[in-house]
Each structure stands twice: as C-alpha cells, then as structure tokens.
Design a protein around this ligand. Sequence first.
Ligand code: ADP
Ligand code: MG
Length: 636
Amino acid sequence: MSEEKKENQFEFKTDVKELLNILVHSLYTNREIFIRELVSNASDALDKLRFESNKGTEIYQNDLELEITINGDEKENTITITDTGLGMTKEEIINNIGTIAKSGSAEFLKQLSEDKEQANNIIGKFGVGFYSVFMVSDKVEIISRSYKTDAKPIKWVSDGLGSFTIEELDEDRRRGTEIIIHLKEDAKEYSEKTRIESVIKTHSNFITFPIKSGDEQLNTVSAIWREPKSSIKPEQYNEFYKFQSHDFEDPFHVIHKAVDMPIQFSALLFIPKKNMDMFGFNRENYGLDLYVRRILINHQNKDLLPEYLSFVKGVVDSEDLPLNISRETLQENVVFSKIASTVTKQVLSELAKIAKDDKEKYAQFWKEFSRIFKMGYADYANQEKFVELLRFDSSANENKDQLVALADYTERMKDEQKDIYYMTGPSREALLTDPHLEIFKRKGLEVLYLYDPVDEFVISSVNKYKEFELKSVDQVDLKSLEKLGDSEDKKKKTKKLSKDDSKELKLLFAKMKEILGDKVTDVKISERLEDSPACLVNSDNTMSASMQKMMNMMGNNETIPAKIMELNQDHKLVRNLLKVFKSDKNDKYITDVTEQLYESSLLLEGYLADPHKLVNRINSMLEESSNWYTEVKKLD
Ligand code: ADP
Ligand code: MG
C-alpha cells in the first residue's frame, strides 16, 4: 500500500462512531428514510447553489439544470443519488461528513437512548441525517465536484465502521454530488425502481427541485403555499406539514394566507399538535422557511416570527424581496420587517379566532403552548392582541382546568370595581388557603390565580386591561374595597370589642411590635382577614410579595423585607391573647404566640428559610396544650 493511500485515510470522530454503531446495529424499522435524508441534503445543496448564483458568485458549469436523480441497479445491488448542487471540496467533506459539527449528535444519542422507536422521526432534526445511509449499506462512495471554479473533484469512500478515505480525482466531473450506495443483502429492495418511487412519493414529494429516475420525474414540484386555498385538500396540507416539519402527526391547525397589500406574500403556517420544545432540547430548531418567488432564501428564519410564537412551523414566500438578498441584510430590509410584523399579527388573529369559535380547541392550544406563548408579554407592538389571548385560573372556576380570559373577568366584575385582582402562589391549593384571599371571598370579588412563575412578569408588564388596573391582592388598598359591600350572608357576626378592650388591644399590638422589633414596620388591625388570625402585608404597595421575592432572588438578596403584620381582632386566638395581656402584660405566652404568628405568616409568603425555631416552638406549644387537654379530659 502506498504512503499516499495512508495519508488519505481518516478516522471518524468518536461521537460519529458511536452514532454509526447504533445505526448499523440496532435500528431496523423504517430504514427507507435514508432516501429522504439524502434527497433532503441534495435539495439543500441545490438551494445553496441557487443562492450563490443569485448573489452573482462565479459558478462552475453555471448552466447545468438544477435537479436530483435517483437510480437503482438491481444487478449491482446499488442505488445512486446525484444532484447538481454546490458540491464539496476535500476540506468541506472532511468537515461536513467526518464530524458532527453541531451539538446535534450528543442530543440525538440521548433522545435515542430514551426511545429507539423515535429514531426515524428525529434523525433529520439533529444534523446527522447522512449517516442513516449506513442502515442499509456497508459501502458508500461519494464523488463530488464543488461549484468553486478551481476545485478538484474528490472521491470519499467508507464502510461506516471507523474510517473513510478521500482521494482527489484527475479527470473532470460534472458539478455536484453523486452518492453510490452499495446495499446490504437484506436491503436489496432499495435497488428496485418501484420501491424507490414509493419512498419518494411518501417522504420527498414536496422537494422543490425535480427528482428524476431515468426519464421520469417522480415528484410533483409545486409550491403548494402559492396555490389558492380552495384548490388544496386537507390531506395535502397534512402531507406538506409532515414533510416540512419532520413531524409524524397531522398539524393541530393550518393557517394559509395570501396577502397583496401593501406587500405581496403568501404564508402557509402550522401549529403542531405537540410542543416539540418540551424539554428545552433542540432549541435552535425553529423558524419559518423564507422563499422569494418560490426560491428558498433562508431555512428556519428566526426573524419572521417573535420567539414566543416559535412553535409555529411553515413557509413564507414573497414577490417583493430581491432574490439576491443576503441573510445578513434581511433584518434591515423594510419589506422584510413589514412581512414579519404582518405574519405575527396574522398568527395572533388566528389564535383569537380559535379562542372565539372553539373554546375547547383553544384550551388544548393553551395547555400545550402557554408556557412559551406567555413570553409575548414583551411584544409591546402587539400587546393589545396578546392580552386578549391570555388565560388564567380564577376564584370563579371550580377547578384549575377551567380558563378565564381578562374579558370574562371584566364582564363579571362589580359596577364600582376599578381593579382586576390576582394572586400568585405555588398552586391552586396553596392560594385557596391564603389569608389574603379572605376579604375578597367575603366581598364576593373574583381573583385570578397565578401559579406559573412567568405569570408575575406577564401581569406586571401588561399592568392594565382596558381601563382596569391589575392588582395583586396584597397590594390592594382596602379602602377601595369598602364600598364594594360584603355579600349578605358573610357579614361579620362576632361581637364588637368594648371601648376599653379596644384600647388594650392597641397596647397589645404595641407590645407585639416591640417583640418583633425591626422585623415588622407595624402591627395593626386587619380589615382583610376572615378565618386566619394574622398575615403579613407589604409596607409599600409598589410590588406584590411574590414579585419582590423574585427580584430578591435574581439579585441574590436574601434579606426578608420588613412588612406590616396585620391581626384579625375578631379571631379567637387574638381575643384570648388579649385576655392574657390584660392579666399580665409580660406573660411569656404573648412572646411565643407573636413569634409563632410572624413565622407562620413568613412561611406562607415563602420567606422562611430556616424552620427549626418554628418547629421547636410548635412542639413545645403542643406539649403544653396536651397537658391542658389531658387535664380537661381528666385523663390523669
Ligand atoms: P444536515 O443536512 O442536517 O446538515 P447531514 O448529516 O444530513 O446533516 O449532512 C451533513 C452535511 O454534509 C450537510 O450539512 C452538508 O454540508 C454536507 N452534505 C451532505 N450531502 C450533501 C450534498 N449532496 N451536497 C453537498 N453537501 C452535502
Ligand atoms: Mg441532512
């Protein structure tokens, strides 16, 4: 063997080897997708060539027809796929096919180890599609001639095990790439014409370049998004969606629009059934495909839709953009920005339409996508539309699956009510027992329940709905609630304190303030409590408790803000404490109860970092009460 040969031998990177090993040995279902992957690469190469050509780059054999051919040879047991795309130089093929550039492979392998059945559905998404050819082949040859005028043709050969060889060819070749696949014995079927045809029909029908076999064209090259809506059957939309998104389910919703004024463009958009970004993997795999006059300019363009709508898939095609526009200058292009803002508005209008016409369908959408959708709070240009699309749980609901829009809330609100009330917490159950809710219950006022952490940001940036301010229950000025009247059956029934007792109560509160020191700014009578003895409220009303907590967390600030402690003067515990106070102003019991009430409230607000003291105190109080209990029950 000559020296030269050795020099041209390359090892696959470790992650590629690992991937190949899995592909070769363990995946046997649906191997036909290797054709889809290779055809998709050929189509990409043609798109890129056309792009270079439109830019005015000098191109080798510029007059070649842009097409893909695919031919089987049953005698030789091979299948050969060629394209007249941009081809690869030696350096490019080493970079593109010996290594996996993106972090794709690691993620792919992880996904794969979790669910092998999914391999065929996800392989194309991770930038590892080419390797699927080794599911059916133990020898693959690639002959490629780059579009760069001075490039040499090259030949790449590999058995898909550990290494590949590359040599430069001396004779000249047609521009583009030819892939000769020597099929394994058990993959013979892929050399048959009818088999190839059926795979192309299933997986590659929407490729926008002709795919030829012999003299025949296998695909129907048509830009379905350019055709009138009325001429397209639902199955065609579904098929196109699956082709385009690599999803294996039908879409949840189809949006097909043709706009003429002020700018011409067509958009064919899809909302998937499932949020494909569930676990935050595959983060970059979003964006709409941008076409100019049926020619792909930019795959997965990230600027046509804002990130909070990134779950939308599909294509946008415009007559009004220049063909040679570069990806870099797109963002500054006025026409492009207009298209982007119109597309965004259309998606929002379509969602509003679903919300209006089919509440159940909208609820499904909300369940799947609300997490990412809520990030739209920062889209000030569309805030009005966005706000109408928000949904919350509410005290008017019987369970957390029911959804309330701000419009529903305002329709039901009391005549004199000026604000929309909400509260935040970890769950519906937690919110239901929150002391802050009590006065709202008594007054029969609806409160929105927020338990998604992002809700707090959404609400504080939205701030207002129509003329109504959004207010956290712990920010509400209780005076504003006075005139809203209690609901009849919930009027307070407890006996009022005498004048003297009221005075004593003030002194007791002063004592409690003294016990708590700087931890509270004041101790005072509460107007909001019904069943609970105490709660903490912000001393200034600028921020809700949970917002404040979040800001503290972000600033790494662990200090507990000093709050006002409010006490329920009608509560049995407070009344009893008053009796103790009247008999002995310095009774230690007052100190214990005061500290306990304070820490319990802190706990409810989510501030109590160390529960030890609280638990110890509860235990000793339980012990004491057990003494009294056994005494009363005469158990000694
Ligand atoms: P992906 O297509 O997601 O990038 P693949 O594994 O399918 O991942 O392909 C890897 C790379 O190999 C491509 O990005 C491309 O640069 C190169 N490539 C593959 N097939 C061709 C082809 N027919 N012509 C030119 N380049 C190709
Ligand atoms: Mg590919």
